[in-house]
Write a protein that binds this ligand. Structure first.
Ligand code: ZN
Length: 450
């Protein structure tokens, strides 16, 4: 049998507990067809030699705000707290439109691909104009990226005690009607899907109780996943105590979100009992190591949550709080953070890789097809490029070397059987035009002279 693509002579990390030294991955159509050892390679229409390289499943990004790359490292707010940073940027984000969201999504996906990410969610919760998520789906389809959009929302502006200006929030009916419209138009639950959608009110303090509970009801009706920020900041505890008379986790449970459908971003400040309850309910967490450290608050104990039975994935978080979107860097930072917190025996590079692949797939409820390279999986994989200078002397463990020596970038990224990064550069012909237009929109939004 002739396969379409053969990646050979690699150290193949197939899945947790399954690696093949000097191995190969055969792809047929958009699926992993087989994995094997040297000497057993099938005939292939195209062969890529990955000699001396590590091949892994594509990394999965479980939390992002792609539009924020229009305001990266925006000087007036770089040293603010989370809430200062948000209130400084909301007035700028009020100028988002379909074109700027298309461009920022396109750039975000190109950047993710270069960092070895093949599937990403996006949490798009600022809606100064309609049809912004439609623009995101256009960008993902133009690129061929596997995209899990989320319909984010906010109802509470400054006038109702919230943080954002009125122009970026929406009323309940608009949010719910648009959620249904987007689900019916774009959510493809079929095997190998390239476009899915979850419901994602921004946070407990930015939407009404009705939006939380109606989102959970819609998720049941349409069989969708649910996402939100939870326990990201200690001020959330104060807010929930005053407004709802309970903790953030108790409120999360009260509005019907403590279920297998939900994954949450951050989850830094719950009590021990609360972690146990949400783990038992099947909730997953996306840890965002770089964002948490730059904001200077706490961070979830990823290995601790896993030990309690809660799946943990990784997110690069919004481009304006993290200012980069490399999932390799997030995996490395997760490793540093875990060992800094719990000691050198607490976490290995394989744990970090498992979190970045299997953990992300669990967050998205997609473990059957992505986050591993078992035969039948989606053909989403990365051949990693590492500096020969940085790797000099690393001869004993290619997975540890990948995360410890670095910096690693994707030499080749394959999504759905198609090569989207080659020689460490995205293959999309339109990228330079998009970069130029992105710069124009970023300057407009930041009120800078053209
Ligand atoms: Zn976020």
């Amino acid at each position: 049998m002739t396969v379409d693509l053969l990646v050979r002579d690699a150290h193949v990390y197939v899945d947790r507990g399954w690696e093949v030294a000097g191995g190969w991955v055969a792809i047929k159509g958009n699926r992993v067809h087989a994995i094997g050892k040297a000497g057993e390679e099938p005939e292939a229409k195209r062969t890529i030699s990955a000699r001396g390289r590590l091949v892994t499943p594509g990394l999965i990004n479980a939390h992002h705000h792609m539009y924020q790359n229009l305001t990266r490292s925006y000087a007036p707010v770089t040293n603010g707290t989370l809430f200062e940073w948000l209130t400084g940027l909301y007035p700028l984000w009020a100028d988002l439109d379909e074109e700027s969201v298309y461009l920022s999504t396109y750039i975000a996906m190109a950047e993710l691909l270069m960092g070895g990410c093949t599937t990403s969610m996006d949490h798009m919760y600022v809606h100064p104009k309609p049809f912004l998520i439609d623009a995101q789906f256009r960008a993902s389809t133009d690129i061929g990226f596997r995209f899990y959009a989320t319909r984010g929302s906010m109802t509470r502006s400054v006038e109702d005690g919230g943080l954002p200006p009125k122009s970026v929030v929406q009323d309940e009916e608009t949010i719910l009607a648009d959620s249904v419209r987007l689900v019916e138009k774009y959510h493809d639950a079929s095997a190998g899907s390239m476009t899915r959608l979850a419901l994602a009110p921004c946070s407990l303090f930015s939407v009404t109780e009705r939006i939380m509970s109606e989102s959970a009801r819609l998720a049941e009706k349409y069989d969708l996943r649910l996402h939100t920020h939870l326990a990201e900041d200690p001020q959330e505890d104060v807010y929930c105590a005053e407004v709802y008379g309970c903790t953030p986790t108790e409120y999360f449970e009260r509005v019907g979100w403590a279920s297998k459908r939900s994954w949450v971003a951050h989850y830094i400040y719950p009590s021990d009992e609360e972690i146990g309850r949400l783990a038992h309910a099947g909730v997953c967490t996306a840890q965002c190591p770089c964002s948490n450290m730059l904001i200077g608050g706490g961070a979830a104990d990823a290995m601790g949550l896993r030990a309690r039975g809660m799946p943990v994935g990784l997110g690069c978080d919004g481009s304006a709080s993290t200012d980069h979107a490399s999932m390799w860097l997030e995996a490395r930072t997760a490793l540093l953070l875990g060992r800094f917190r719990n000691g050198p025996n607490s976490m290995s590079a394989r744990d970090a890789l498992d979190i970045a692949t299997r953990g992300g797939a669990a967050c998205l409820g997609w473990e059957d097809e992505i986050g591993h390279l078992r035969p039948g999986a989606c053909a989403d994989l990365v051949i990693w490029e590492m500096s020969d200078i940085a790797l000099a002397g690393a001869h004993t463990d290619p997975v540890e070397a990948w995360l410890r020596c670095g910096p690693a970038t994707a030499g080749t990224t394959i999504v759905n059987g198609k090569v989207l990064v080659e020689n460490s550069r995205p293959t999309m012909a339109g990228l330079n035009d998009v970069l130029r237009e992105h710069a124009t929109h970023a300057r407009r939004i930041q009120r800078l002279a053209a």
